[in-house]
Design a protein around this ligand. Structure first.
Ligand code: ATP
Ligand code: MG
Length: 220
């Protein structure tokens, strides 16, 4: 099913000196149950495009429809809480929360009780292959691969079924990279997530169901 439709979307950054057109008239659509890769040179607009999809920035023109509803007309905080999770290269875990608490966080935002959140968080962590050993560890004591798994578990704990990832394997060795890609693909194929991965890595792109490329702000 079509989950996200992007119609003629543009975005530019404006500073004192110049206007940078980071995304130019992009149109495309994304279906759930698939993993998409977005590749392209550095500066081609990939991260900007992802932040538009995440509702973190507003398109300057054009529309983004999520399940047929205009993103701009939705309550954006609700959209972000409910629909979309973003995983970044640098993991972005909360340093003062342990693994379980990191995963509990989005559920607590949704008003789920601490007890239930803890239970689900532990389930999500097990699902990404992390055992009890890691549950009470803080991010700085975890390896990069472990941190990225916690970040994915946290994304799974958020209720949404759209997962955006910006260079999720950028800091990982090839074995961990493979595991993370398998995990993301599994979410798409077995649990019907829409997964969109921005990557410089040809191996990650090869694993995707659909590979898109950006060049100078355009989808080519
Ligand atoms: N906050 C910002 N202010 C001004 N210009 C920006 C900002 N963020 C990005 N840009 C510019 O917008 C363009 C697209 O940047 P973007 O980060 O989307 O590229 P990218 O494809 O993700 O690159 P990379 O592969 O290096 O992460 C670049 O020219 C960049 O310099
Ligand atoms: Mg980027």
């Amino acid at each position: 099913m079509e989950k996200i439709r992007v119609e003629n979307v543009s975005y530019s950054y404006q500073n004192q000196y110049q206007k940078i057109e980071a995304v130019k008239e992009v149109s495309c659509s994304f279906e759930d149950g698939n993993m998409y890769a977005i590749t392209g040179e550095s500066g081609s607009g990939k991260s900007t495009f992802l932040s538009l999809l995440a509702g973190l920035d507003r398109p300057e023109s054009g529309t983004i429809l999520v399940e047929g509803e205009n993103l701009l007309e939705m309550d954006r905080d609700a959209y972000r809480r409910k629909q979309i999770s973003v995983v970044y290269q640098a993991f972005h875990l909360f340093p003062l929360l342990n693994a379980v608490e990191n995963v509990m966080y989005p559920m607590e935002l949704q008003g789920i009780s601490r007890r239930e959140a803890r239970k689900q968080a532990e389930d999500c962590l097990r699902e990404v292959g992390l055992g009890e050993k890691i549950f009470h560890q803080y991010p700085k004591m975890m390896s990069g691969g472990e941190q990225q798994r916690v970040a994915i578990a946290r994304a799974m704990a958020a209720q949404g079924r759209i997962l955006l990832a910006d260079e999720p394997t950028g800091n990982l060795d090839s074995e961990n990279e493979e595991n993370i890609v398998e995990l993301l693909k599994g979410l798409a194929h077995e649990r019907d997530y829409l997964v969109i991965v921005v990557t410089h890595n040809p191996e990650v792109a090869r694993q995707a169901d659909v590979c898109l490329k950006m060049k100078d702000g355009r989808m080519v």
